[in-house]
Design a protein around this ligand. Structure first.
Ligand code: ASP
Ligand code: MG
Length: 411
């Protein structure tokens, strides 16, 4: 049976990371799909290349691009690989001014994962590991919703299974996370941080025994260690808890990751990259019990939009479906909803789609909004914990149920 291992950008940000990946992969006792993200902050850097090109700043784009290539070349050299010989380097930036920004984005940004997996695969091969490099744009079939492509499960499953079930396949497959391709061969991306989702899809298609996400944290913690100095490891949790945590903004796994696993009861382990023997956290159908520590989750970069009916109509009764239709059409991600008789407020991720959505809502309602907000979700809250969390903060809105508090906080 197969296992799926996923290595994020932080895990492969330098040569030492790639060597550590090799040790972990070697120690595995089964056939492996190794899903790898772009190295370090490469995705962000590639985004800047596309933005610069779109703004007509070719010099800036080129110098960014050279930095990205140099970064990969340095890692290759440190691994004893010959750039241009062992791994072919992309010559030109695949940018076409005739195409939309989003389509160009996918062609350029997807190169991060192409490069990282080529380096990892060639390195493993040179170390004597039986490896095959998989080109996901040809295997993971998607539509052409650029930057947020929808996966065609049926087609992808058939292609990926056929590749996997070949008699001569090496024991280890190295595949890009985050990227796929259309039927006519264009590269697509699945949404930022989408490599976990790829790992889950691969596990689903191949009926894998488990998925392990190798991270630079000990497992799933009850708070973000970058914000809270003291955190507690949650050793086991149920799929539904994991969905809730990631939806609330916990960055440890991508929200789309759970469904493909839950469907097939495939457990998901989150383990520390630097300490492979550690138990980490396990997400499965039967956890040992409810989470019994308070969990703090921040979802940053929120905007609170409040709609008020223009003619004193009751917003809730008369306009709810209209509001949500607009929200859905503009691809807004709603993190919280609150209503009164004549207003409805939604907290959403402040993405590039928000301005158009507000314009559309403004046609029907009086719209006001506040930016630079964060949503703090506290699971397992108590009145004391809530008081502590509120202290010294400007709270724009709060919602509490028996065990969960949600605060919209001004940054
Ligand atoms: N490299 C992509 C990103 O940074 C995908 C991922 O890391 O999961 O968004
Ligand atoms: Mg990443």
């Amino acid at each position: 049976m197969a296992k799926v291992y996923k290595f994020g950008g932080a895990s492969v940000r330098d040569a030492e990371g790639v060597r550590n990946l090799e040790r972990i992969v070697r120690a595995a006792d089964s056939d492996l799909v190794v899903v790898v993200s772009a190295m370090g902050k490469t995705t962000n850097a590639l985004e800047r290349v596309v933005e610069a090109l779109a703004a007509g700043q070719e010099d800036k784009a080129l110098s960014q691009w050279v930095d990205i290539i140099d970064y990969h070349v340095a890692i290759m050299k440190a691994l004893g690989l010959q750039p241009g010989v062992d791994v072919r380097l992309q010559g030109e930036i695949p940018y076409d001014p005739q195409q939309s920004f989003d389509e160009n984005y996918d062609q350029v940004v997807s190169l991060g994962e192409i490069m990282s997996t080529q380096i990892v695969a060639v390195y493993l091969l040179k170390q004597g590991c039986p490896v095959e490099w998989w080109n996901m744009p040809k295997l993971l079939r998607t539509d052409d919703t650029w930057r947020e492509a929808k996966v065609d499960d049926e087609a992808s499953r058939a292609i990926i299974r056929a590749g996997w079930d070949r008699p001569q396949r090496p024991r280890i497959v190295v595949a890009q996370g985050f990227i796929g391709g259309t039927a006519d061969g264009r590269r697509t991306t699945l949404g930022r941080e989408g490599s976990d989702y790829t790992a889950a899809l691969m596990a689903n298609y191949l009926d894998a025994e488990s998925v392990t996400i190798w991270k630079d944290v000990p497992g799933i913690l009850n708070a973000d260690p970058r914000i809270e100095p003291e955190t507690i490891l949650i050793p086991s949790l149920r799929y539904q808890d994991a969905v809730e945590l990631s939806y609330s903004g916990a960055q440890v796994i991508h929200p789309k990751t759970i469904r493909p696993l839950e469907n097939k009861h495939i457990p998901l382990y989150v383990k520390p990259f630097s300490e492979p023997e550690a138990a980490g956290s396990c997400i499965s159908a039967e956890a040992c019990g409810p989470i019994n520590v308070p969990v703090y989750i921040w979802r940053k970069n929120q905007i609170l939009i409040t709609m008020r009916a223009k003619d004193f109509a009751f917003v809730l009764e008369e306009s709810l479906s209209e509001i949500f239709d607009i929200i859905h059409r503009h691809r807004l991600k709603v993190s919280l909803i609150q209503s009164s008789a004549v207003t409805i407020s939604v907290c959403v991720d402040n993405t590039r789609f928000v301005a158009d959505a507000i314009a559309a809502l403004n046609v029907h309602f009086n719209v006001t909004y506040n930016e630079n907000l964060s949503l703090l979700t506290i699971r397992g809250t108590t009145p004391e914990i809530l008081e502590q969390a509120k202290a010294g903060r400007t709270i724009m809105l709060s919602q509490t149920t028996r065990r969960t508090a949600r605060l919209v906080v001004k940054e």
